[in-house]
Design a protein around this ligand. Sequence first.
Ligand code: NAD
Length: 357
Amino acid sequence: MNKKIMVLPGDGIGPEIVTQALAVLNAVDKRFKLGLSFEEGLIGGASIDQYGEPLTDATLAAAAKCDGILLGAVGGPQWDALAADIRPERGLLKIRSGLSLYANLRPAILYPQLAEASSLKPEVVAGLDILIVRELTGGIYFGEPRGIRTLDNGERQGFNSYVYSESEIERIAHTAFAAAQKRRGKLCSVDKANVLEVTVLWRQVLDRLAPEYPDVELSHMYVDNAAMQLVGAPKQFDVIVTGNMFGDILSDAAAMLTGSIGMLPSASLNESGLGLYEPCHGSAPDIAGQGIANPLATILSVAMLLRYSLDMAVAAEAIEAAVSKVLDANLRTADIYTSGTQKVSTAEMGAAVVAAI
Ligand code: NAD
């Protein structure tokens, strides 16, 4: 089985953390004989410096032919003065829209070893393991008509349209049901069906598809209640599925439950299962080049790549278990360091995960 992975290290700490994630991928490749191969490309500021644009059509086409894409992060102060349409972040938008990556999967996992890092009480969050599935290419962020208009009385009015077609809801629902099947079999759909017709339809579609997944228990929750439950009793959730805007807000809230941005992976998938895998954090220019960035979010993104795009769950679990093992051994990069633990560099953390595999 030969599976090809596109590697886009990007800017800032991107190349440092991707180097460690690649070492981990090579380790599982060797241990489980996965038959992985890699192609490296440029994105973000690195691509602007080389080609004058944040993602070339050739790189996008090459990525589309791969089985999965690993991305570090993009951006940095040296490109901040550029026009909006050629800034590093445009490369991200181009790859997301160019590959129709409509499903954003963001796990919020709090390793029990890091419970002290959360702003919530350890007993509320220890062992937390939630997956938020957010629709990424529709909803109110993209709905037309939109704009700011001047009314007859001269007052200005801003307006957006919250629109979801049945097929858009169906495809994100299938992604979420399938993800729940691979986890603890619980799916909570978050909407505002007491007020918004678009989410009445959302709820109807979820209910209609539920019988196709008899091993998944579907429930519904209004978004205001979901926000309260996330910070009050977050461990009740397994998989949450929701639209673009609610997902944007809830996934950031869930991320903060874990206390550390350096630990959070993400995936963005399209209908054929191709996915872009990246840490939730940015390029951290403030610490780039110092060898102190936490590579675990990127290493955990690689585990997601193996699970969701390559269907190699055993290798994914081996990586996740190895991460847990290095945390058990009290190894910590600076961002998750607490007294009594051992502070290690980016490379030492990566090497420890490789050794644990
Ligand atoms: P950031 O996530 O890069 O950094 C926020 C803070 O978290 C910084 O103090 C940083 O040092 C720290 N941090 C982030 N990742 C870390 C890691 N792995 N280990 C240890 N500490 C870590 O966000 P920002 O500072 O707002 O943005 C910096 C640049 O990144 C900007 O150019 C921004 O546009 C870009 N950005 C890119 C992405 C992406 O590529 N997906 C996402 C967010 C921001």
